[in-house]
Design a protein around this ligand. Structure first.
Ligand code: C2E
Ligand code: MG
Ligand code: MG
Length: 666
C-alpha cells in the first residue's frame, strides 16, 4: 500500500497527538493523585492535630463535649471536611453536624493504604483516627471520624482538571492543528499541485514558499516548457517536408480528415489535385540532384504563393504535389485556378545559372463525386494525372468514371499479359519480306501474337504499348528473341536459311542484359549474326547520347543488321540517319497508303532516294495492292512487306507459303 503525503502527515500528526495525549493523560492522572494526596494529607494533618489536642485536653469521655468549638473550627477551616464525629465504640459522643448522629459503617471509614488517595477520597465516606487519653490510670480510646465533603473534593479536583485540560489538552490540540495547517499549506498542497502539474501539465502552479519546493517547481516548469517546445518542433517536423518546407503526406492526411468531416457536414465539394512535374527526372539526370532539389524548392514556394490562404498544398513524392482547393463557384473557375498554377510553373526557372523549362500535369478528383476518402481521392487524381500525361503533358485532366474503367482494364490487361507468358500463350507469326522484282522472300519479320484461351488472338497493338510503359517488354522481348533464334535454327534445318527481323523496343535495347542475351543466343544456337536483323524505332534517338550510339555500333560490329522501323512517324530528324549506324529503312505504312496523293508521292520518292544515297536498304511496309507495289517498283524501292504478298503467318503456314509464293512480284 502506498500512502499519500497527506495521509502520511495525518498519520504522523495523529501518532504525535496520541503520544502527547498519552503523556498528558499519565501526567494528568499523576496530578489528580497528587492533589488528592494533598487533600488527604491536609485532612490527616487536621486529624492528627485534633487527635493530639484532644488527647492532651480531655480527662474523661464526657469532657469530649467541650471540644465542640475546636471541631467546628476544624470543619469550617477545612472545606473538605463535612463533619467530624467522636465515637465511643459505636456510640456517637459528639458530632459537628446533627445530620450524622449514627456511627458510620466501619468499612466506609477504613483507610486502606493500598488504595490511591483519589480512590480513598472517592470510595470512602471519611476516615478515622483515635483519641487516646488517661482517665486516671486507664488508657481510654475514642474514635475520631472525619466525614469528607465529597462534593467539595470533586469540585476541587474537577476545577483542577479543567484548568489542566485547557493547558495540556487543548493547547497541544491547537498546536497540532497549527502544525497541520502549516504543513498542509507549505508542503502537502504544494506537493499535490506539483504532482498534478507533473501528471496533467495543466496549469503552471504559482511560486511556492519553500525554497526546495520552489526549485523543484521552477525546474519542472523549465523542463516541461522545453519538452513542450520540442514536442511542438517534432510535431511540426513530422508534418513538414524537409526539402520544400510544405506539408508532407502525413499532414495532408490529417488535413483531409478534418476537411472531409467538415465538407460532409456542410455538404460541400472540394477539388483534390495531383500535380506531377513533367520530365523532372531529365532535369535531375542532366543537371544533378542539387539543381533538381533547388528547382523543387522554388516550385513549392511558387505553388504556395499562387494559392489562397484557405487552400492547402503538400509535397507527397519526388516531384509530386497535392493541392486541395475549395471555395470555387464552378468547375470553370476551378480550371482557371489550375491554369494559373500551370502557367506560373511554366516560366523559365534559373537555378544556379541554368535556365530550366518545366511543365506540369495535373489530375483532378472531386470530393465527394469521385471519392469520399483520401485513398480514393489519391487514386482518382492519380488516374486523371496519368491521363493528362498521356494526352501530351502540360495539361490538367478531370477524373471520370470512364477513365477509371480504362484504368481497371489496363490493370487487368497488365496482369493477364504477364500470366500469359507463364502459361506460354504467346506465339510468333512471320511476315515475309519480299523482293519486288523477283518476288523472292528475302527475310521474315517476327510479329508477336497472344493466343488467349478466353479472348482469342490478341494483336500486339493491344498489349505492346502497355508492356513498353510498365517495363514488361524487357521480359517479353527476351522470350521473343529466344523464340526467333530457335525458329531460325529450325528453318535452317529444313533448308530455309532466312534472316529474321525482330522488333526490339527502345527500353529493351538499352537494358544491360540485352547484349548479353543476344551474345549467348548467338553462341548457343549457332545462328549467324548476319541472319539476325533488329527493328528499332526513332524513339531511341530522342536521347542522342553516346551510350545509345555505342549499343548500335557494337551490334553492327557483331554482324547484326539494324532496321529503322516505322520511319516517318516519329520526329524524323534526319541528322541521326547520318550519325547512327542503320542498315535498313522501313517506310511506314501511312506513307505507302498515301502514294497516290501528290505529297505522299513526293515523300515516298524522297525517302527512297535518301535511303539509296545513304546506302540503306529501303523497305516499304504495309503494301496491300498491286498498284502500290508497282508504284514503289517504279520509284526504285526494291523490298516490301504487306498483305499484297502475305499477312503475318503462323510457322506452319509460313513454310507452306514459302514453298509457293510466286504472286509476290510485280
Ligand atoms: P511493326 O513492326 O511496324 O509491324 C508491322 C505491322 O503492320 C504488323 O502489325 C503487321 O501485321 C502490319 N502489317 C503488315 N503488312 C500490312 C498490310 O499490308 N496492311 C496492314 N493493315 N497491316 C500490315 P502487328 O503484327 O499487329 O504489329 C504491330 C506492332 O507491334 C509492330 O509494328 C511492332 O511495333 C509491334 N510488335 C509486334 N511484335 C513485336 C515484338 O515481338 N516485339 C516488339 N517490341 N514489338 C512488336
Ligand atoms: Mg517491325
Ligand atoms: Mg513498322
Amino acid at each position: 500500500m502506498r500512502l499519500s503525503i497527506k495521509h502520511f502527515m495525518l498519520l504522523i500528526i495523529f501518532s504525535l497527538l496520541g503520544f502527547l495525549y498519552g503523556i498528558f493523560a499519565d501526567y494528568y492522572q499523576e496530578q489528580q493523585e497528587h492533589t488528592a494526596e494533598v487533600i488527604l494529607g491536609s485532612l490527616q494533618d487536621d486529624m492528627s492535630e485534633i487527635s493530639y489536642l484532644l488527647s492532651k485536653d480531655i480527662q474523661d469521655k464526657k469532657g469530649v463535649r467541650t471540644s465542640r468549638a475546636l471541631l467546628d473550627r476544624a470543619v469550617s477551616n477545612n472545606d473538605f471536611i463535612k463533619a467530624i464525629m467522636i465515637l465511643d465504640d459505636q456510640r456517637v459522643l459528639l458530632t459537628t453536624d446533627p445530620h450524622y448522629r449514627h456511627a458510620p459503617v466501619k468499612n466506609a471509614v477504613f483507610l486502606d493504604p493500598a488504595l490511591s488517595a483519589q480512590e480513598q477520597l472517592s470510595g470512602n465516606k471519611g476516615f478515622e483516627g483515635f483519641i487516646r487519653f488517661y482517665q486516671g490510670k486507664n488508657l481510654q480510646k475514642l474514635t475520631l471520624v472525619f466525614l469528607f465533603d465529597k462534593q467539595e473534593v470533586a469540585t476541587y479536583l474537577s476545577h483542577n482538571s479543567s484548568k489542566f485540560l485547557i493547558n495540556f489538552g487543548v493547547m497541544p490540540g491547537l498546536i497540532i492543528l497549527l502544525i497541520w495547517l502549516l504543513l498542509s499549506h507549505f508542503i502537502i498542497k504544494p506537493l499535490e499541485r506539483l504532482r498534478q502539474y507533473a501528471y496533467y501539465q495543466s496549469e503552471i502552479p504559482k511560486a511556492l514558499n519553500l525554497r526546495e519546493l520552489e526549485s523543484i517547481r521552477s525546474s519542472m516548469v523549465q523542463t516541461f516548457s522545453r519538452l513542450d517546445n520540442e514536442q511542438k518542433e517534432l510535431f511540426k517536423m513530422a508534418r513538414t517536408d524537409s526539402l520544400s518546407g510544405l506539408a508532407n503526406r502525413h499532414a495532408l492526411n490529417e488535413h483531409l480528415k478534418r476537411l472531409i468531416a467538415d465538407a460532409s457536414r456542410k455538404q460541400e465539394e472540394f477539388a483534390f489535385l495531383f500535380l506531377d512535374l513533367d520530365n523532372f527526372k531529365a532535369v535531375n539526370d542532366a543537371l544533378g540532384h542539387h539543381i533538381g532539389d533547388e528547382l523543387l524548392q522554388q516550385v513549392a514556394s511558387v505553388i504556395a504563393e499562387v494559392l489562397r490562404t484557405n487552400d492547402f498544398v503538400a509535397r507527397v513524392g519526388g516531384d509530386e504535389f497535392v493541392i486541395v482547393l475549395h471555395d470555387y463557384q464552378s468547375l470553370t473557375e476551378l480550371s482557371h485556378v489550375i491554369e494559373r498554377i500551370q502557367a506560373r510553373l511554366k516560366m523559365t526557372w534559373v537555378i544556379q545559372e541554368h535556365p530550366i523549362n518545366i511543365t506540369s500535369s495535373i489530375g483532378i478528383a472531386l470530393y465527394p463525386k469521385d471519392a469520399e476518402d483520401m485513398i480514393g481521392l489519391m487514386q482518382c487524381s492519380d488516374i486523371a494525372m496519368y491521363e493528362a500525361k498521356k494526352k501530351g503533358r502540360d495539361q490538367h485532366y478531370f477524373y471520370t468514371e470512364q477513365l477509371n474503367v480504362t484504368v481497371q482494364e489496363t490493370i487487368a490487361l497488365d496482369k493477364a499479359m504477364r500470366q500469359a507468358l507463364k502459361k506460354d500463350e504467346y506465339q510468333l507469326y512471320y511476315q515475309p519480306k519480299v523482293n519486288l522484282h523477283s518476288g523472292e522472300i528475302v527475310g521474315a519479320e517476327a510479329l508477336i501474337r497472344w493466343i488467349s484461351p478466353t479472348q482469342g488472338m490478341v494483336p500486339p497493338d493491344v498489349f505492346i504499348p502497355l508492356a513498353e510503359e510498365n517495363g514488361f517488354i524487357v521480359e517479353l522481348g527476351q522470350w521473343v528473341l529466344k523464340e526467333a533464334f530457335h525458329q531460325q535454327v529450325a528453318w535452317k534445318a529444313q533448308g530455309i536459311d532466312l534472316p529474321i527481323s525482330i522488333n526490339v523496343a527502345t527500353q529493351q535495347l538499352l537494358n544491360d542484359q540485352f547484349e548479353l542475351q543476344l551474345e549467348s543466343l548467338l553462341e548457343d544456337t549457332g545462328v549467324a549474326a548476319q541472319s539476325i536483323n533488329l527493328e528499332i524505332t526513332e524513339y531511341l534517338f530522342l536521347d542522342q547520347n553516346e551510350n545509345n550510339f555505342n549499343v548500335l555500333s557494337r551490334l553492327r560490329d557483331r554482324g547484326i543488321s539494324v532496321s529503322l522501323d516505322d520511319f516517318g512517324t516519329g520526329y524524323s530528324s534526319l541528322s541521326y540517319l547520318k550519325k547512327f549506324p542503320i542498315d535498313h529503312l522501313k517506310i511506314d505504312k501511312a506513307f505507302v497508303d498515301d502514294y497516290n496523293t501528290p505529297d505522299g508521292a513526293v515523300f515516298l520518292e524522297t525517302i527512297v532516294k535518301m535511303g539509296q544515297s545513304l546506302n540503306m536498304q529501303v523497305i516499304a511496309e504495309g503494301v496491300e495492292t498491286e498498284e502500290q507495289a508497282r508504284y514503289l517498283k517504279q520509284i526504285g524501292c526494291i523490298y516490301y512487306q504487306g498483305y499484297f504478298c502475305s499477312k503475318p503467318l503462323p510457322v506452319e503456314e509460313f513454310i507452306a507459303f514459302y514453298g509457293n509464293h510466286q504472286a509476290c512480284s510485280v
